[in-house]
Design a protein around this ligand. Structure first.
Ligand SMILES: Cc1cc2nc3c(=O)[nH]c(=O)nc-3n(C[C@H](O)[C@H](O)[C@H](O)COP(=O)(O)OP(=O)(O)OC[C@H]3O[C@@H](n4cnc5c(N)ncnc54)[C@H](O)[C@@H]3O)c2cc1C
Length: 396
């Protein structure tokens, strides 16, 4: 190592890093091929067997420090796990939440909360996969959310509604963002929001109702209604009123992780498209001999490579403890667009067969699209870059 480098220099590994993790995830994914995901998709079912296999292999506790029972891996290693699932044709959305929703507890929870929850989450005995932020009437304008949590003795009483709360029916705990001080009583709109760790096992039927949403992709997503739900006061994470900052604290990590999923999708599309283009013979020659077929795939490959470089930069800066807001946002933008362009090339290359479910292309195409909307939409990323990187006036 070069002694002149500062302790916070960032190293980008340009090789295929974490080969053992990649190999291990590929081995698991070999038991969960396209037919498995197609069946779940048709039945709108939750991938319980896949989640169990990933938990037992220790991959979902990657970000939980060893002292709390996890494997304590770097963020990049966790990203590689998600990327490999997507690059193999699967979908990691049911596993990524168990991997990182606990980050808010880890960073801002009390020692007692960490000792109580993190080892159970690491072992997979406790599922923390539900994250309740988005609301139907306020959407991206998070600070205006209307769900209220009012302190009453040793409890908080919660009223309101969340939407798009994914996996709520398959989770034991929910990380919930609610307003504890009314908007017109705070100095800044980002104040007065608090984060709670809600035990859903006790809440369902006692003030919490969950209703599944029929959606374009199999994401097990729901609406959650709170009607006088009473939760213990010690469900509060960190300080009352500090919740918005706690959620923002986890954004770079979340963006870097979900970018790995898009990157995996992009790689799957490029590989699947180029293979088919070389094999499919029309007019007595492989369709891949036509530049109209090969150029979009080659272009998508170039976009994928560029997105991967930015992603590796973002992860390296994150690991070095350096600011990485710009790179995390650029990664999210570039990787979701690379996946989208690669998906489009793959669809076009397969002609009519792209629409046949058994090819998995239309499923992957639907799944890849969500990354342009959630967890953060492309417009809001562009707004971040315009304002925080390029110094232009805030647009909203
Ligand atoms: C499958 C799926 C799973 C999800 N899972 C979860 C979850 O588990 N937990 C959770 O809390 N949320 C979840 N979400 C919600 C997701 O985070 C939101 O859908 C997303 O943040 C956008 O919010 P919205 O849908 O309310 O769009 P809106 O806020 O209504 O915005 C609509 C469009 O307008 C654009 N827009 C809005 N304001 C501006 C502006 N000022 N400048 C430019 N463009 C603007 C947006 O970018 C978007 O394209 C999920 C969503 C989906 C689809």
């Amino acid at each position: 190592m070069n002694d002149e480098l500062s302790p916070t220099h960032a190293v980008i590994d340009l090789d295929e890093d974490y080969p053992e993790i990649r190999e291990g995830v590929r081995r698991i994914c070999a038991d969960f091929l396209g037919a498995y995901w197609r069946k779940l998709d048709e039945m709108e079912a939750y991938p319980s067997e896949f989640v169990r296999a990933m938990t037992e292999a220790g991959y979902l506790s990657a970000l939980i420090p060893e002292e709390y029972g996890g494997t304590g891996l770097p963020l990049r290693a966790a990203g590689v796990i998600l990327e490999e699932v997507h690059a193999g044709g699967g979908n990691a959305s049911a596993t990524h939440a168990q991997m990182y929703t606990m980050g808010t507890v880890l960073r801002h929870g009390s020692e007692a909360q960490k000792r109580r929850y993190l080892p159970e989450i690491a072992a997979g005995r406790l599922r923390l996969q539900a994250f309740g932020v988005t609301e139907p009437t306020t959407g991206t304008d998070t600070t205006k959310l209307k769900t209220r949590a009012v302190r009453d003795g040793d409890s908080y009483v919660i009223d309101g509604q969340k939407i798009w709360t994914s996996r709520a029916l398959y989770s034991d705990l929910m990380l919930l963002l609610a307003r504890t001080t009314p908007l017109d009583e705070v100095r800044r709109k980002t104040e007065g929001l608090s984060v709670f760790l809600v035990d859903m096992r006790a809440a369902i039927g006692n003030g919490m109702t969950i209703r599944p949403i029929k959606a374009m992709i199999n994401h097990n997503t729901t609406e959650v209604f709170f009607d006088g739900l009473r939760i213990p006061a010690d469900s509060l994470i960190g300080e009352e009123g500090g919740g918005f900052r706690y959620i923002l604290d986890g954004m770079n990590a979340e963006r870097i992780l979900v970018s790995h999923e898009s990157l995996g999708d992009a790689k799957w599309f490029v590989r699947t498209a180029s293979r088919y283009a070389s094999e499919r013979v029309v007019f007595d020659r492989p369709i891949g001999m036509n530049q109209g077929i090969q150029f979009p795939i080659a272009r998508a490959y170039a976009q994928t490579q560029a997105a991967e470089l930015m992603l590796r930069k973002a992860a390296a800066l994150f690991e070095a403890g350096r600011p990485c807001g710009e790179e995390a946002n650029l990664s999210k933008l570039l990787s979701s667009e690379a996946a989208w362009e690669a998906g489009e090339a793959c669809m076009q290359t397969h002609g009519g067969f792209a629409y046949a479910r058994e090819y998995d292309i239309e499923r992957k195409w639907r799944e890849a699209r969500v990354q342009r909307t959630a967890p953060i939409s492309t417009n809001l990323i562009l707004a971040y870059i315009a304002e925080h990187v390029l110094g232009m006036p805030r647009s909203y």
